[in-house]
Design a protein around this ligand. Structure first.
Ligand SMILES: [Zn+2]
Length: 373
C-alpha cells in the first residue's frame, strides 16, 4: 500500500462535531481513511479501510460514504476519483463492495434515463397541446372581441393595400353594387355591421372582404357577370366572411400565441398593430376551406332571405370554372376559392333544405353598369 496520493473534498458525520457534520479534507494514508475537518479548531477522524462499510448517496447518488460498522463515524466525498482511489489504496479489500455499488448505480442511472425519456416525451406532448390550446384559445378570444376591432383592422388593411383606382360612388357600377348590398344587409348575421363597398378598376374577376365589412369588387367581375343575381351571389358570400368574422379568426390563428398574450394583458392597441402587419399580407383575403364553405352556406341563407335566387351563386362559380382556360384573370377569385368542384353541389343541396319561397328578380340594370365600365 502506498501513502496518500490525493486529497479529496468531502466531509464527516460524527457526534463530537457541532451540528454533527463538517466539511473535511479527505485523504487516504497507509490504509486509513483520514478526514481533517475544515473548521477551527480542526478535528481529525479516521477509519481503517478494512472496516469501511461503503454506501452511495447524496443528491447525485455519486457521493461515496465510508461508515464504521457501528455507524458512529462516516467519512464521505463526492470526488469522481474517490472510489477509484479507495479501490487502489485498499489493495482489493473494498473491491467486492465497490463493484456491488457500481451495479446498483448503473441500475439507478438506467432508471433515471428511463424517467428522463418519459419526462421529455411528456413535456413535448404538453408543449404541443399547449401550443394548440393557445391557438384555439386565441381563436375564441378573437371572437370575443367587439366588432369594432374587426372594423379597425379592416380599415388599416384596406388603407395599406394597393387595390387600384376606386370608382366614384355615383358610377352606375358602384350604384348597382351598393343597391345589392343594401338589399342583402338586413339579412346579414350581424345586422349592425357597416358594410363599405368599393368598386375598383381592375380586369381580374375578383372580389374580397376584409374584417369589419370592407368589401372590394373589381370591375372585371362586374363585366363577366351574366346577371345582377350573380353579383349578388358573390357579394353575399363576401359579406358572410365579414359577418362570420373569418378575418379576425385568421388574425388570431396567424398571430396565435402573441395575440393570445396581448388579449390576456388587455393590450388591444398592440393587437391592432399586429393586425395591421397581418393585413398587409394576403392572409385576410384567403380563408380556410371550412370558412369558404361556411361563407357559401351563409351566403345562400342571406340570398334566400332577401328573395334572391341562390342558384345564381352556383351559376357564377360554374361559369368561372368553365372560363378559367380562356380567361386568365378569372383565376383570381377561383384561386382563393379553390374547392369549386364540391361547392356548387353544396350550394344546391343547401338551397333545397330551405323553405320554398317566391324569388324576385333584381330590378337592376346590369347592362348600363357594364357599358359604363
Ligand atoms: Zn370566400
Amino acid at each position: 500500500m502506498s501513502s496518500s496520493r490525493e486529497n479529496f473534498q468531502g466531509g464527516v458525520f460524527h457526534a463530537s462535531i457541532p451540528g454533527g457534520r463538517a466539511g473535511a479534507n479527505v485523504s487516504i494514508v497507509r490504509g486509513e481513511l483520514i478526514a481533517d475537518t475544515s473548521g477551527e479548531p480542526t478535528q481529525r477522524f479516521s477509519i481503517p479501510l478494512s472496516q469501511c462499510k461503503l454506501d452511495l448517496g447524496g443528491a447525485t447518488g455519486r457521493m461515496v460514504f465510508c461508515r464504521t460498522s457501528d455507524g458512529s463515524l462516516t467519512i464521505f466525498s463526492e470526488d469522481k476519483s474517490f472510489a477509484k482511489e479507495l479501490d487502489f489504496q485498499s489493495g482489493g479489500v473494498l473491491a467486492g463492495q465497490l463493484s456491488t455499488l457500481k451495479k446498483g448505480q448503473r441500475a439507478e442511472s438506467n432508471r433515471f434515463g428511463f424517467w428522463l425519456a418519459v419526462s421529455a416525451v411528456a413535456c413535448a406532448a404538453l408543449l404541443v397541446a399547449g401550443y394548440y390550446g393557445v391557438l384555439s384559445a386565441a381563436k375564441v378570444a378573437m371572437r370575443a372581441l367587439p366588432v369594432s376591432v374587426d372594423e379597425k383592422i379592416g380599415t388599416m388593411a384596406f388603407n395599406s393595400m394597393e387595390v387600384g383606382r376606386k370608382l366614384d360612388a355615383n358610377h352606375p357600377a358602384s350604384k348597382l353594387v351598393q343597391e345589392i348590398v343594401d338589399k342583402l344587409k338586413p339579412h346579414a348575421k350581424l345586422p349592425d355591421m357597416k358594410f363599405k363597398v368599393s368598386v375598383v378598376e381592375g380586369s381580374e374577376v375578383n372580389a374580397f372582404a376584409l374584417p369589419g365589412g370592407q368589401i372590394v369588387v373589381y370591375t372585371g367581375l362586374i363585366k363577366e357577370a351574366k346577371s345582377a343575381e350573380q353579383i349578388a351571389g358573390v357579394l353575399a358570400h363576401e359579406m358572410s366572411h365579414a359577418t362570420l368574422r373569418h378575418g379576425i379568426e385568421r388574425v388570431g390563428q396567424s398571430l396565435g400565441v402573441v395575440a393570445a398574450i396581448q388579449l390576456l394583458i388587455g393590450d388591444v392597441g398592440g393587437l391592432l398593430a399586429l393586425g395591421a402587419q397581418v393585413a398587409q399580407t394576403s392572409i385576410l383575403t384567403s380563408y380556410s376551406r371550412t370558412s369558404e364553405t361556411e361563407a357559401d352556406l351563409e351566403g345562400v341563407r342571406m340570398l334566400h332571405a332577401a328573395k334572391i335566387d341562390p342558384k345564381a351563386m352556383a351559376d357564377f362559380f360554374e361559369m368561372l370554372k368553365q372560363k378559367m382556360g380562356d380567361l386568365p384573370d378569372a383565376v383570381a377569385w377561383i384561386s382563393t376559392h379553390p374547392q369549386h368542384e364540391t361547392r356548387v353541389e353544396n350550394i344546391q343541396n343547401h338551397q333545397k333544405k330551405l323553405p320554398e319561397v317566391q324569388y324576385e328578380p333584381l330590378q337592376l340594370d346590369l347592362k348600363t353598369a357594364q357599358d359604363a365600365l
